[in-house]
Design a protein around this ligand. Structure first.
Ligand code: NAD
Length: 501
């Protein structure tokens, strides 16, 4: 699908892509997608103001009715899955299967949020005082700011927006400056759903286009009650303290450094397939990409040659063609980051077993395709402990199960982890309090490709935030504890006596 066809299929106003200063290029071939207008500080201010205004109306709309808007949005996504998925691929370079998958994830979270809109349950609590009733209710919180990364240009926004909207919160979205066109397309689809819904307040959802400064403005604005920020740990280190300074809520979804332990009893057939998808899928540009492989010494010499063979057969190329499984890196910086990491790995006595080179130069000087790298390391050195956002898989040996878990946990990040084993004891120990310290821990499944039903996020430098499924919705609401006295007395809690007459 060509850009013009996608724009036409989505019925997107072509004028949105012209006349601005933010140049957006496709990583597929470096071709210009558009020159977008960036929002000025005044425009950002006005959009936040309209969102704050919208909050006053939206919080009074019954939650199941708010869910109806999200249901309609899900319908728009279903009808436009092909085109929106292709736009995701064109703008961020992931394979078309993954582009469609990302839109499917949006549809799934809409379905989840619609059901949730009738289940924003509170509690009743036993009071210690006679004639008293205690309860806990959840109320809309306020404007939700969403800052998103380039590698999941639409799904991560929808995880936040679908929940925020049913919870009663308007949204202001600052997408990555590398992928703003998909954001404008999502906003257009949501506006179409709002038109069908009838009566959604103006400013309920908006997009602010720009770089870091626009993100900072969203972070610093007191009218924004919650900021959900997805991106690098570097970004989170700046955003977290700024939000804390004004006591705003935050959901931080930051970098990962995800590992797989391959135990002696592992089904190696399954492990190889899982490793390939997790390590080279999305060209290693998922927060949950597999970056560290910790292999028991008894299976190392059977597993690693199979991986080498599989790596030599990976189809790299234009991600819009379904046969290609690996597309380009997002840009030159990403390519240089990968080359730098490989050089450091060699300095730290690593050995490149496969890949690690720039390929397909005919795609143009601004298109950075690489062969995914498999690197054998003597130990978990400094470079291994660092998240390089590119397809590098470091392989290490282990002898003892506890040592493997310790290596898996001994990195600053704590997003996703997994073990391949058929030994029940090992599997359960991996999932126990003394096992993986990550937000996500899988058995006989790779670390990437989470379902929306679970809470998504990680510990340590990954930021501690949770979004998407389970009870993540609570982050978008404020909790109110209420005590009602329906007696004729005024007993104090803890039996305190305070008699003046
Ligand atoms: P990035 O940190 O460069 O940018 C992310 C977003 O933050 C962009 O919209 C950017 O404009 C904005 N931003 C940057 N500095 C800011 C600041 N000081 N104040 C406000 N906003 C600021 O990340 P990226 O290169 O787009 O994405 C890759 C990174 O994102 C990787 O580290 C990856 O692991 C992480 N990621 C994490 C998750 C997760 O759920 N944990 C999901 C996707 C990506």
């Amino acid at each position: 699908m060509k850009l013009q066809d996608i724009i036409a299929a989505l019925d997107l106003d072509p004028a949105l892509l012209e006349g601005g200063t933010l140049e957006v290029r496709s990583p597929i071939d470096g071709a210009l997608i558009g020159r977008l207008r960036e929002d000025t500080a005044d425009e950002v201010d006005a959009k936040i103001g309209r969102a704050a205004e919208a909050f006053r109306a939206w919080r009074d709309v019954p939650a199941p009715r708010r869910g109806e808007l999200v249901r309609l949005f899900g319908e728009e996504l279903r009808a436009n899955k092909q085109a929106l998925g292709a736009l995701v691929t064109l703008e961020c370079g992931k394979s078309i299967q993954e582009g469609w998958g990302e839109v499917q994830e949006m549809i799934d979270i809409c379905d989840f949020a619609v059901g949730l809109s009738r289940q924003l349950y509170g509690l009743t609590i036993a009071s210690e005082r006679a004639g008293h009733r205690m309860s806990e209710s959840w109320h809309p919180l306020g404007v939700c700011g969403i800052i998103s990364a380039f590698n999941f240009p639409v799904a991560v926004w929808s995880w936040n927006a679908a929940l925020a909207l049913v919870c009663g919160d308007p949204c202001v979205w600052k997408p990555s400056e590398k992928t703003p066109v998909t954001a404008l397309a999502c906003q257009a689809l949501l506006e179409r759903a709002m038109a069908r819904f009838g009566g959604a307040p103006e400013g309920l959802s908006s997009v602010v286009v720009g770089g870091r400064a626009v993100g900072e403005q969203l972070v610093d604005d007191r009218r924004v009650a919650l900021v959900s920020a997805t991106g690098s740990t570097r970004m989170g280190r700046e955003v977290g303290p700024r939000l804390a300074r004004r006591f705003a809520r935050s959901i931080l979804e930051l970098g990962g450094n995800n590992a797989m332990i391959v135990a002696p009893s592992a089904d190696l057939e399954l492990a190889v397939r899982a490793i390939l998808f997790a390590a080279v899928g999305t060209a290693g540009q998922r927060c949950t990409s597999l970056r560290r492989l910790i292999v028991h010494e008894s299976v190392y010499d059977r597993l690693v040659p199979r991986l080498q063979a599989a790596y030599s057969q990976i189809r790299i190329g234009d991600p819009l063609e379904q046969a290609n499984l690996v597309g380009p890196l997002i840009d030159r910086d990403a390519f240089q980051g990968m080359m730098h990491a490989l050089a450091r790995a060699r300095e730290e006595r690593g050995r490149v077993l496969a890949g690690g080179e720039r390929v397909l130069p005919e795609k143009g000087p601004d298109a950075y395709y690489v062969s995914p790298a498999l690197v054998e390391m003597p130990a978990q050195t400094e470079v291994v402990r660092h998240e390089t956002f590119a397809p590098i898989l470091y392989v290490m040996r282990y002898r003892d199960f506890d040592e493997a878990v310790q290596v898996q946990n001994d990195v600053p990040q704590g997003l996703s982890s997994c073990i391949f084993t058929t030994d029940l004891r090992e599997a359960e120990r991996f999932l126990s309090a003394a096992g993986s310290d990550c937000g996500i821990a899988n058995v006989n499944i790779g670390p990437s490709g989470a379902e929306i039903g679970g809470a998504f996020g990680g510990e340590k430098e990954t930021g501690g935030g949770r979004e998407s499924g389970s009870d993540s919705w609570k982050a978008y609401m404020r909790r109110q504890t209420a005590t009602v006295n329906y007696s004729n007395a005024l007993p104090l809690a803890q039996g305190i006596k305070f008699e003046t007459i």
